[in-house]
Design a binder for this molecule. Structure first.
Ligand code: AMO
Length: 445
């Protein structure tokens, strides 16, 4: 038996101001190395920083020319103030003057198949994804995923602060919740199962338990098309909320949530925002427009006739976003009242016009990032709707239990993490906002 002493200072954040002129020891990997006549600049990648360190060739235990990029090292040195212009380096106002370096492990002798020290890697997407364990080490790539992580963190923090409980629902499920053909089938012992298209059924059931719930987790879509806006596995940020008066309550929560996320990125990811050259959006006004109005605007303003379509074409999403920015001064546009035929069975129809649902999508910078809406909450309405759509209620009995024994009026939404991250970071393809993207051709790494 051995009793261990419990350490409590396990963080990786450094109080550089407090440590100025003092000695510190840091472990990390060599992000970049510039060997010069007098010594070297060594950029050290730590969990939180890509920090500049300065080596004086006459005052170091190892010749800088013997060091290699991506080596794992432990350095000791004095913290100094500095003014660093290179945005790939953070912090910008401190560096470390190194007195000792231990090489803990060095890369193999083979040259890296990709140069992660360049400002831009300039690789095609396939190469970038084939070499993902390495390309993710590039400072720009790392910055994208710090931002994605911050979105998830604040999604949870904000919802927690207003009384939502975090849940984790199963991803191996008895039925696809969203309808359509894009569901992956799975062999599950002696029967078939599916990979969850969304946590829809479970988050609704959990409204009966907690009233307000959220989930952050992977979902799976066997998309027919391989496009720059679709992944076959993505991270869905979901919430579901009971006791709503209307779906506008959901829009209220989402707008506040996005404000909190934007503020959190501005605060915690200032270095990443600067490196990626991001302009963070402002969500000052909450603008909604009806789906049917969008078709009219696109027809009148852009002479494109989609008026018979029951969904928005990607081109329309782009154009209406442009229009909203120009005329309504907003980068976020809530499009409401989508046609009933295009929404899953659980969507509540507008009692004033059953051809429309009490639902919405959120468009941001030309891309749909969210779908949400009010749900049916009475058992009878479910049974009637399922019958109308030729669905077998018995197959959904485990879901319907919740409604059989009482459920409050409720609604919620699903927000695609990769789409939101890509739009924040100005990425042309949402796959770039996925650590290890899954598309029709890609299962590795
Ligand atoms: P929906 O199917 O519209 O709604 O999905 C919600 C959001 O998820 C993102 N998304 C995707 N992201 C990447 N690749 C895909 N293939 C993909 N498909 C969807 C989008 C989209 O807005 N249960 C409902 C949500 C709800 O009503 O609560 C649902 O899943 O950002």
């Amino acid at each position: 038996m051995k009793e261990m002493e419990l350490k409590t200072n396990l963080g990786t954040e450094i109080d550089f101001n407090g440590l100025a002129e003092k000695e510190i020891e840091l472990t990390g990997m060599i992000q970049n190395l510039r060997v010069l006549a007098w010594g070297a600049f060594l950029i050290l990648r730590t969990p939180r920083y890509t920090i500049q360190t300065v080596i004086d060739a006459n005052n170091i235990n190892i010749p800088p020319s013997e060091l290699k990029v991506e080596s794992v090292v432990k350095i000791r040195g004095i913290v100094k103030t500095a003014k660093i212009k290179d945005k790939a380096i953070s912090p910008a106002d401190h560096e470390i003057h190194v007195s000792h370096i231990d090489v803990i492990s060095a890369p193999t002798l083979e040259a890296m198949p990709v140069d992660t020290t360049k400002k831009e890697m300039n690789l095609g997407l396939d190469t970038k994804f084939d070499l993902r364990p390495l390309t993710l080490r590039h400072t720009r790539e790392r910055a994208i995923f710090r931002i994605a992580a911050t979105i998830c963190m604040e999604f949870g923090n904000y919802l927690d602060s207003i009384g939502f409980t975090r849940i984790n629902s199963p991803k191996i499920v008895f039925a696809g919740a969203e309808g359509g053909a894009n569901v992956f089938k799975l062999e599950y012992f002696e029967r078939n199962a599916f990979l969850a298209q969304s946590p829809q059924f479970y988050k609704q059931m959990m409204v009966g338990v907690f009233g307000r719930v959220f989930e952050i987790g992977p979902v799976f879509r066997a998309e027919e098309h391989d496009t720059s806006r679709h992944l076959n596995e993505y991270i869905s940020l979901d919430f579901e909320m009971g006791f709503i008066d209307s779906f506008y309550d959901l829009i209220q929560v989402e707008a506040n949530l996005l404000r909190a996320i934007i503020a959190r990125i501005a605060k915690d990811c200032a270095a990443e925002v600067a490196l990626l050259g991001i302009t963070l959006p402002k969500l000052e006004k909450v603008v909604t427009v009806k789906f049917s109005e969008v078709h009219e605007i696109i027809f009148n303003e852009y002479k494109k006739d989609y008026r018979n379509e029951k969904d928005l074409a990607p081109e329309e999403e782009k154009l209406i976003s442009e229009y909203a920015l120009k005329n309504w001064d907003t980068e976020f546009l809530f499009v409401t009242h989508y046609p009933t035929v295009k929404r899953p069975f659980y969507a509540m129809e507008d009692p004033e016009n059953p051809e429309e649902t009490l639902s919405f999508d959120l468009l941001f910078r030309g891309m749909e990032i969210t779908t949400g809406g009010q749900r049916l909450h009475l058992l009878d309405t479910y049974l009637t709707k399922m019958k109308k759509l030729g669905m077998d209620p018995e197959a959904f009995e485990s879901y319907l239990q919740a409604f059989r024994y009482g459920m409050p009026p409720h609604g919620g939404l699903g927000l695609g993490l990769e789409r939101l991250t890509a739009m924040f970071c100005g990425l042309a393809n949402i796959k770039e906002a996925s650590l290890f993207p899954r598309d029709q051709k890609r299962l590795t790494p």
